[in-house]
Design a protein around this ligand. Structure first.
Ligand code: ADP
Length: 654
């Protein structure tokens, strides 16, 4: 109340007051759809959910309250790097906003922490992982959190398309911190996801506002096509339609390369864009495309985040999108300027297995979960682990491992603490002997021993001070001081390494098999859901009715009038997908002898049928990367087969 920056006498703000702020602080005349309702709910009910499409103006829904209410507004976002522009925008208007993320130099983080504790910060942006940091949580307990805003809130829901384990814990955190108001925001949420967000964060159902998925300027076309006829169809479309900025979405990096080359060959200004390209090259392609009114980028989903080009006239899906959520986000990049734009989905049923298989690739084997559970059971009640090591040991991708550990947290088995770096990476900047030579004999010997003990890579040495102390019979502190001294001198470059995660086991694991069975069930449910998403895309293609309405209905928006500009409205009939070609039964033309030899040779990477099936379907895993088997000729040999069929076959022959 005695905050001098707070110009309002009461804590309940009327929308009139918000409107004044909108005009005075941001120079905007009117609210966009949904904004006013959200602000009103935040004032009167202290909770709201905003489901607005990208570009709909979600950020204003926490920026205005941040100015109006006393205390700090926390904005949680997994895409914190993209928040930089927003922070610059706010600080440019004299509003004290900052972010805390792991890339920030220690001094800057300390300064932000100081401002937070002093109560001078109005908005603080953090990544969800930040709440594993005990010191951060402690500082928050001592300040007033006026608003807890959770961006990308659909990540909380296992029904959502991008479930993030850290998000499930956020709901608990919001309660523990006794924040005054909660605002969840997302661009995509089905009614089931809205339900999950509301119940997770305690938001009354009537405070959820879903707006504006229907875009009257988007012509939504679907064209069923056989995979081998797709190139010709795309070329024909590009030739017959007026030139304009276009995105062609594909699933795989190699497809991006190939299609871009083909289009260029045919005389179109096309370039590829995917995560496998160097950052510099990607930036170049992005700038080349942004600056033009006719260039075509052939991209994987790596393209689009944070890209704001108003006059995109075409979005083609060369491959099927993996869910209606992805589809809606990707086509939402067309026609932001409101001018008529065309989005077209070239639907080949041949794409289905590849998409489904991504879902299967993320289900850990039962033996991996078993191994993990017994390792956790044997640990002391307080322990720390390297997720990297665990992930390699059980051949589970890091994100999947984190999901498993979060499931255990939610079941009250574990609690995560602040992660820490247990080691260093050291690179000498002068010849080692020259460095040693500046010290007296005892110190020089100590350093020589230390470097001899350190693990030498191509350029970097890795040193774990605790292990080195034990091996060399030295004090831990001496080792750390020596390395820091060498760094100060400019003799070496030092980096923190070996990130370890701290956990407390809250109760003994008595019934390990029940625990594992519970995990298997949850992963199984997740897998089925992901597979169902691909089905929903196919259903939209073949839908017998207005497809635009069907798509917005999926996101909870009801429209009764047909749009008049989708494929169904234009043709008056449902589209039929070409039947899938019948493939010969497995093993078909797979070189079985070679494959069995490999399995015998690499039991840790291919021993389990699920591991073998992943390999044949071209789904990478830590063990396949480590053994370089993901570069083997048989990797992905059955990529176009259904995972279930391949898994069956692998189980039979093992
Ligand atoms: P979202 O987070 O929903 O994708 P943003 O919050 O980034 O969207 O808003 C998109 C753009 O619209 C921003 O440039 C923002 O300044 C602008 N904007 C938001 N609300 C309004 C408004 N009421 N009037 C004018 N411009 C607005």
């Amino acid at each position: 109340m005695n905050d001098p920056a707070n110009r309002f006498a009461t804590q309940v703000k009327s929308t009139l007051q918000f409107k004044k702020l909108l005009q005075e602080q941001f120079g905007m005349a009117e609210f966009r759809p949904g904004q006013e309702a959200v602000l009103d709910a935040l004032s009167t009910r202290k909770a709201a959910l905003a489901v607005f499409p990208t570009g709909g103006g979600k950020s204003l829904c926490y920026q205005l309250p941040a100015l109006a209410f006393e205390g700090v507004t926390l904005v949680v976002s997994p895409l914190i790097a993209l928040m930089k522009d927003q922070i610059d925008f706010l600080t440019g208007r004299g509003i004290n906003a900052a972010r805390l993320d792991s890339s920030l130099p220690a001094e800057e983080s300390r300064a932000v922490g100081g401002q937070l504790r002093a109560g001078t910060l109005k908005l603080l942006y953090v990544a969800p992982e930040r709440f594993n940091n005990e010191r951060f949580l402690e500082s928050l307990k001592r300040v007033k959190v006026a608003l807890f805003a959770i961006d990308e809130a659909h990540c909380i829901s296992e029904w959502g398309h991008n479930f993030r384990p850290d998000y499930l814990k956020l709901a608990e955190t919001a309660k523990a911190l006794r924040v005054e108001r909660v605002l969840a925001l997302t661009a995509t949420a089905t009614p089931a996801v809205v339900e999950d967000i509301c119940s997770g964060f305690g938001i009354p159902r009537e405070c959820a506002f879903v707006t504006g998925f229907y875009r009257s300027n988007l012509n939504l076309f679907v064209s069923p096509v056989r995979a081998e006829e797709r190139d010709a169809l795309l070329l024909e479309r590009l030739r017959t339609r007026a030139p304009g900025p276009a995105i062609v979405y594909v699933t795989l990096q190699k497809t991006a390369e190939r299609v871009a080359a083909d289009l260029e060959q045919a005389g179109f200004p096309a370039r590829p864009y995917h995560a496998g390209m160097e950052t510099e090259e990607r930036t170049q392609v992005q700038e080349w495309w942004m600056a033009s009114d006719r260039n075509i980028v052939v991209a994987t989903i790596a393209f689009g985040m944070g890209i704001d080009k108003a006059n995109v006239r075409y979005v083609y899906h060369y491959n099927l999108p993996k869910s209606l959520e992805s589809y809606s986000q990707e086509i939402g990049r067309a026609g932001r300027d409101g001018a008529p734009s065309c989005v077209e989905l070239l639907a080949s049923p041949e794409d289905v297995p590849i998409l489904e298989n991504f879902a299967y690739g993320d289900t850990p084997t039962q033996s991996a979960l078993d191994g993990l559970a017994s390792e956790l059971r044997e640990m002391n009640a307080e322990f720390d682990v390297s997720l990297y090591d665990l992930s390699a040991r059980y051949d589970v991708r890091p994100l999947v491992l984190r999901t498993a550990l979060t499931y255990l947290e939610l079941q009250g088995v574990l609690r995560q603490g602040t992660p820490f770096y247990a080691g260093y990476r050291v690179r000498t900047l002068r010849p080692a002997e020259e460095i040693f030579a500046q010290f007296d004999a005892e110190r020089a010997r100590f350093l020589r021993d230390l470097f001899a003990f350190a693990k030498k890579g191509r350029v970097w040495y890795s040193v774990n001070p605790a292990d080195a102390a034990k091996a060399l019979g030295q004090e831990h502190g001496r080792i750390v001081r020596a390395l820091e001294y060498l760094e100060e001198q400019g003799s070496v470059e030092l980096q923190a390494a070996d990130l370890r995660h701290r956990y407390t086991r809250l109760r003994p694991i008595e019934d390990q098999s029940a625990l594992v069975a519970g995990l298997v069930l949850r992963f199984d449910r997740r897998e089925k859901q992901e597979v169902a998403r691909v089905r929903q895309v196919m259903d939209l293609v073949a839908h017998d009715g207005c497809q635009t309405n069907e798509l917005v209905r999926y996101f909870g928006e009801a429209r009764s009038e047909p749009c008049g500009h989708c494929t169904h409205c234009r043709t008056g009939q449902a589209q039929k997908l070409p039947p899938l070609r019948k493939l010969p039964p497995l093993p078909a033309d797979l070189d079985v002898a070679l494959f069995q030899n490999m399995r015998a040779q690499y039991p840790s990477a291919l021993g389990n049928p699920r591991q073998a099936a992943r390999f044949l379907c071209g789904l990478s895993s830590p063990a396949l990367t480590k053994t370089k088997l993901s570069r083997h000729q048989l990797f992905g040999a059955l990529a176009e087969r259904r995972f279930g069929e391949v898994l069956d076959w692998c189980s039979r022959v093992s």
